[in-house]
Design a protein around this ligand. Structure first.
Ligand SMILES: C[S@@+](CC[C@H](N)C(=O)[O-])C[C@H]1O[C@@H](n2cnc3c(N)ncnc32)[C@H](O)[C@@H]1O
Length: 369
């Protein structure tokens, strides 16, 4: 019997519900099943979580139900799951205790702003399981202890925080921000003759947002009133080193390319590689964007000032006080008349009074007062 192990760093939420992370499965030799072929393809291209609370309402409670049902019962009914050998990790070792969960939730909020809430044990279990083998730690509780040990285990701390981020993104997400950029914001900046134009994609995940912004600037280069792509500076920042590495590589697989990108833009802004499943972003777009690791909870002062800030689909994970502090720091990071664009389910009502709302039809932007 061939033995296959899950080795992904992160799975999508659906996968988190249906797969026993780290458990040993068996498959008949030389007869690859759907399960084994999925596992093989995932070994080379680890998937990151693609779950947002706003995108999949109810997914959290479903996951909790699955967690409550108990993986042991599920495993007992699954002929493909064999009991772990003595030197392998047990199911219990992959389950965070209540006490550690509470400590960890407050640690994650303090370090990244992400609010886990009272009962996301399933999320902690699934996201951290893959780190046990990597750091040769036998239980999630122990991994959490190491991560929280100040100054001694920075690699573990960083990997644990990285694992708890949700990196769902796509090209030209929600469309309207990019229409606002094209029809309202870039013409306004061009009229003012501002050079260089500086745009910040804060929490840029795997790069689709800053590269989409760069494509819009490129597309407008032939219009009468335009911002010059050659002098435009786009900065992408994220807390996740793994995501920033993907941004810098600028290589996207067919699955990522199919999400939000028109055939025209794909042909214009991407180049084939030797791998038919991968395309690389064109150098004209790539050189407009630089990337930097940055925690939104920290200081923004080293980045300088911007004319536009995109901060989309990350504030939803933070509490109101953190949101307010970040919005006020954005106000200090913008040039006079600068614009801020938030995610479609995010608002600054009651949190910050330094911006005025600009209706863009569709959607809205915020302009510094
Ligand atoms: C859901 S993605 C949003 C990506 C993109 N802005 C979009 O709308 O498609 C959220 C990103 O926020 C990042 N993130 C979470 N907490 C952060 C923090 N405290 N500082 C910086 N980035 C953070 C995550 O690593 C993740 O890549």
């Amino acid at each position: 019997m061939a033995v296959t192990k899950f080795s992904q760093s992160k799975l999508t939420n659906k996968e988190e519900l249906s797969k026993p992370l780290g458990l040993t499965r068996t498959a008949p030799q030389n007869t690859p099943s759907a399960v084994t072929s999925v596992l093989r393809s995932n070994t080379n291209t680890p998937q990151r979580a693609s779950f947002t609370p706003s995108a999949y309402p109810g997914a959290g409670s479903l996951a909790m139900q699955a967690q409550k049902a108990g993986w042991q019962g599920v495993a007992a009914r699954n002929p493909n799951v064999v009991p772990a050998a003595p030197n392998q990790l047990s199911i219990q070792s992959r389950t965070v205790s209540d006490v550690q969960y509470r400590r960890f939730a407050s640690y994650i909020e303090q370090q990244s702003g992400i609010v886990l809430g009272d009962n996301k044990h399933y999320l902690v279990n699934s996201r951290l399981s893959s780190l046990l083998l990597r750091f040769k730690v036998s239980t999630i509780d122990e991994l959490i202890n190491l991560a929280m040990d100040p100054g001694r285990n920075s690699e573990i701390s960083s990997a644990v925080i990285d694992a708890m981020t949700t990196n769902e993104t796509l090209w030209f997400r929600d469309t309207y921000p990019y229409l606002a950029l094209k029809n309202l914001i870039l013409p306004d900046i061009a009229r003012r003759g501002k050079v260089p134009v500086r745009i910040w994609s804060a929490a840029c995940s795997s790069g689709q947002e800053p590269y989409s912004i760069a494509m819009v600037v490129q597309e407008q280069a032939s219009s009468m009133m335009h911002v010059d792509p050659a002098t435009t500076q786009i900065v992408g920042t994220d807390i996740s080193p793994e995501m920033l590495e993907r941004c810098r590589q600028g290589m996207y697989d067919n699955h990522a390319l199919a999400r939000g990108l028109s055939a025209e833009r794909k042909a214009r802004f991407f180049r084939p590689t030797e791998d038919p499943n991968l395309m690389r972003i064109d150098d004209r777009v790539k050189r407009m964007v630089s990337f930097k690791q940055m925690n939104l909870l920290g200081s923004f002062s080293l980045l300088g000032r911007f004319d536009v800030i995109f901060c989309r689909n990350v504030l939803i994970y933070f509490n109101n006080q953190t949101k307010a502090e970040i919005l006020n720091k954005f106000a200090l990071s913008l040039n006079p008349g600068g614009y801020l664009i938030l995610g479609s389910s995010e608002s600054m009502t009651g949190l910050c009074d330094k911006f005025e709302m600009v209706r863009c039809n569709p959607g809205l932007a915020y302009r510094l007062k």
